[in-house]
Write a protein that binds this ligand. Sequence first.
Ligand code: AMP
Length: 449
Amino acid sequence: MTLFSDLGLAQPVQKAVDEAGYTQPTPIQAQAIPVLLEGRDLVGIAQTGTGKTAAFVLPLLTRLAASDERAGPRGCRALILAPTRELAAQIGDSIATYSKFLKLSHTVIVGGVKPRPQIKRLEPGVDILVATPGRLLDHAGSGALRLDKIKAVVLDEADQMMDLGFMPAIRQIMSKLRKTRQTLLFSATMPKPIRQLANQFLTDPAEIAVTPQSKPVERIEQTVMLVERSEKRDALRDILADQAVERAIVFSRTKHGANRIVQNLGKDGLEAVAIHGNKSQNQREKALEAFKSGDVKIMVATDIAARGIDIDNVSHVVNYDLPNVPEVYVHRIGRTARAGTDGIAISLVEMDDRILLRDIEKTIGFHLTDEGADLHCPKPAKKPQRGQRHRGGGQGRSGGQRKSATPGKPSAQRGQGKPSAKPAEGSGNAQAKRRPRRKPRRSGGAAAA
Ligand code: AMP
């Protein structure tokens, strides 16, 4: 068993880790920290919730503390790029925790807020800068920030940064940095453009993958409910009204959808907050705070706003809409079952979403519906593109072949488990009733029946 004390962290960093109550490094920490302390580049394939922030922050602090170099005015010594304001703020919080016994400065620079206070904070120079790529480039372009002293750069959630269109900004930033630097790239998935980015900007990187690519963590119990669109509101209310829900994140595909869900829940007597890109930074922070503190136990979010957000004790993730991209499903449900706890993920699936569901099942490697179920997925004309919604071809709602694996019943499968050997009662060719069970039942692994 590896202990933190075996890893060679600086004593003040070790002390902060002890104070944080961590007794043992997570697998990515145990593997990445020694490599990073040697100064090597690293590609880390890891989901949020695996402890990857500490995996790069702890060695970074150790290395910065070992040198008395200064950033100099408007300079910085280490740069961490993150896709969203929330993730950047969270990384900033982690740095504050882990560096509390060190004299190292850090600041967080994100878009969507006034640049002036940021310029002031950058003026004296900082040891660690956490930033979203767009705003960072603005400051570098205006001369408010110098990039020439950066000795270590971390690209966190690289695949999400790519999805958000930050690739050109990242490439621009990387090409402005000095050649002799340490570069770390973390991503939950490794699509080709991210691999190319790593090949271009990293030198002989160590590669560490802590969970198989695109596989959800094991402790998440995953459930699917087949519903009509008109039934979704009631289904969601019934799920969230359950006593077992301690803290839930509901995912909506759109910002307007997220607002509507919050309104409807409010009418049904369930208080919820929304977090999405149309909200001001202030509103987002307030909503997040209310959710984190437990004042409000339901948060409705879009993918971009919620990605990477680290909130403990999220007991349930509900996919009100299935995501268009299968990997996003893995990210979403990764909001629960963090730091060793269990979690439940429930997806409301409309008949039109059958192909999306099949794509997700292919990605995670097992059936969420019962094995052998015939959902009659129409074949797409061509391979669906990212961001393109499958509409179910010629067999829409009015089609006569509405069949379901689980008529009237949700199907549950524990992550990484084997597909259920026995289809649930009524599966196969039975006519789907598609009424959701009001309370999805927890199941030990085989299809819930
Ligand atoms: P991350 O994957 O970086 O978002 O971390 C997920 C959560 O795990 C955070 O709440 C961390 O505080 C927590 N964490 C990180 N490392 C450890 C550890 N070694 N032991 C216990 N909890 C940890």
